[in-house]
Design a protein around this ligand. Sequence first.
Ligand code: NAP
Length: 282
Amino acid sequence: MSLVITGATGQLGHLVVESLLEKGVAADQVVATARDTSRLADLADRGVQVRQADYNDPASLKAAFAGADRILLVSGSEVGQRVAQHQNVIDAAQDAGVDLLAYTSIANADDSGLALAAEHQATEKAILASGLPHTFLRNSWYLENYTGQLPTYLEHGVVLGAAGDGKVSAAARADFAAAAAAVLLTEQPQEVYELGGEAFTLTELAAAVSDVTGKTVSYDDVPAEALTEVLVGAGLPAPYAAILADADQGLARGELYVEKADLETLLGRPATSLVDAIRTAV
Ligand SMILES: NC(=O)c1ccc[n+]([C@@H]2O[C@H](COP(=O)([O-])OP(=O)(O)OC[C@H]3O[C@@H](n4cnc5c(N)ncnc54)[C@H](OP(=O)(O)O)[C@@H]3O)[C@@H](O)[C@H]2O)c1
């Protein structure tokens, strides 16, 4: 069985390859692809096949997918270009005649109103139109989106957001990766997995940060426009700040909430908790 993981230089893709190896898959059955394969030397050293592939370059995808049985398409990071890029990957997967195309999508893609959801929805549609056997790994937020901001939370004593009392089913990247690896090794995966961990509000996030660090941090809920302004003031490019504020509004509408059952079933254990993730980050 030849399992191809795209975006293997990325944080998620790399963790999926690691997880496949941990699960006992022979290294030579795993193909890790990247734009710049020199950044995959650690995997090549372990016997993983490393191949160059750029989502913008159909010929590179065709070569990279030769002999593939299953492909995990890790959604690209170039917002605005992803529909065309993912279509190139879908076309190449069709040419290769794979028996499964797995795609990392977004939670509740069927009706999510997040600005970020649009490209995932278009990609899911394109995969359906291709007729390829597929599975959609609809990931909620990464816990690391929050733990990565711990220094800022602690500096200001505030978690700033526009999410109201909405709950986010965030999970550790490593858990999403282990789930993706499990799906690749499942004979007949579900068509859709809604993946997320134990849900929390941003008020609960602030309380957990306070508990773990012993420093008082509270949640400050502001309108999306105000959040955008603060983020721009902190140096984020305006379009990115707007996407983050929009995501908080989606969070308020419950669009990043999913039941934790799919993730925990694939993991065969509880997902990493918020408190444990904060402890590790601290
Ligand atoms: N659920 C969430 O909270 C969340 C948060 C952020 C992103 N995401 C989505 O989940 C994906 C994986 O997350 P991550 O943390 O692993 O992101 P990441 O570390 O930024 O990795 C993105 C990967 O996509 C690759 N890529 C981008 N454009 C490409 C192209 N044209 N051709 C080939 N590869 C390309 C990157 O390659 P290079 O190393 O060459 O750049 C990298 O390997 C992201 O790309 C994004 O779609 C989800």
